[in-house]
Write a protein that binds this ligand. Structure first.
Ligand SMILES: [Zn+2]
Length: 287
């Protein structure tokens, strides 16, 4: 059963982290490090315990790496992101962890900062050359933008919106199943198309995937989903009309579940889980 006590704090504003935009020199003194090697986050490991890497500006002095990105301050300490050369051997006591596994091992805010760092590194690695003419790109002053040295293109770190919606009829919620998900069910979700509002996208996806009409569409919360750069936008809606039936090849089952007979739920780190939990709080027989 969903436990609303364990919901990650990633939908709330956290004032401990403050974004810093380039270009700014890295301040002297201790810093928190967010290095990645082959898309895996590097942490300090002592037995089962992992913590963020902490150290002076020269922490990576003997390790082959790319440009240091000073991107924020966490509780006043500078945060530095950096891509480590894939062939480098890691110092003793360091451990590389994939972002998906990392979720359960760091505090919500530390995990969110790590995913921000991963997206900035990814952006730097994919914006070296102009997509129009192939010339080198350089950083734009005052932000994370990158511009072509010949002046024909400027780009920014991508954020790709996708919607996810919990549909209910007051007693049951609609859940969907994709081939390969095993026993787990999720919610209706999909990418926003160019020229579409978020609301239009929800109505379209629901029609396309479940064949029904909805009403009382309400925004709930959002969550960055760094695989690699999505922003999930979560809604709740009430069933209006139509027969529920999977409409496209993406889903192999869509049906109603009541709170006392739920299937296996999405992982607690997901926005789907957060939406399901808030619906259960409102409509379920929560003890
Ligand atoms: Zn160009």
């Amino acid at each position: 059963m969903a436990n609303t006590e364990n919901i990650a704090d990633n939908t709330h504003i956290n004032n401990d982290f403050e974004r810093v935009y380039p270009p700014q020199p890295i301040p002297p003194g201790p810093a928190l490090w967010f290095p990645f090697q082959k898309q895996r986050f590097l942490v300090k490991a002592q037995g089962q315990n992992i913590t963020l890497l902490q150290g002076e500006k020269n922490l990576l002095a003997n390790i082959k790496h790319e440009e240091l990105l000073y991107f924020g301050r966490f509780k006043g300490q500078p945060c530095i992101a950096c891509a480590i050369d894939p062939d480098e051997t890691l110092p003793a006591g360091w451990k590389a962890i994939g972002l998906r596994e990392l979720y359960s091992q760091l505090s919500g805010i530390e995990y969110n900062i790590a995913t921000y760092a991963s997206q900035l590194i990814n952006w730097h690695q994919t914006s070296r050359y102009c997509p129009v003419c192939g010339s080198p790109m350089v950083s734009v002053e005052g932000g994370w933008g990158r511009t072509c040295t010949r002046g024909d293109y400027t780009g920014y770190p991508p954020v790709i919106p996708a919607i996810i919606v919990l549909i209910h009829d007051g007693k049951r919620m609609l859940m969907a199943h994709k081939p390969g998900w095993g026993k787990r069910y999720g919610l209706i979700a999909g990418f926003v198309e160019p020229g579409e509002t978020l609301e239009e996208c929800v109505h379209r996806e629901v029609k396309e995937e479940a064949g029904i009409e909805i009403e009382e569409l309400q925004y709930m919360n959002s969550q960055p989903w760094p695989f690699p750069s999505q922003l999930m936008v979560g809604f709740m809606a009430r069933y209006k009309s139509g027969a529920v039936e999977p409409q496209d090849n993406e889903l192999d089952d869509v049906h109603w579940f009541s709170p006392d007979a739920l299937p296996e739920l999405p992982p607690p780190s997901s926005l789907a889980y957060i939406l399901i939990s808030s619906w259960l709080k409102q409509y379920g027989n929560h003890k």
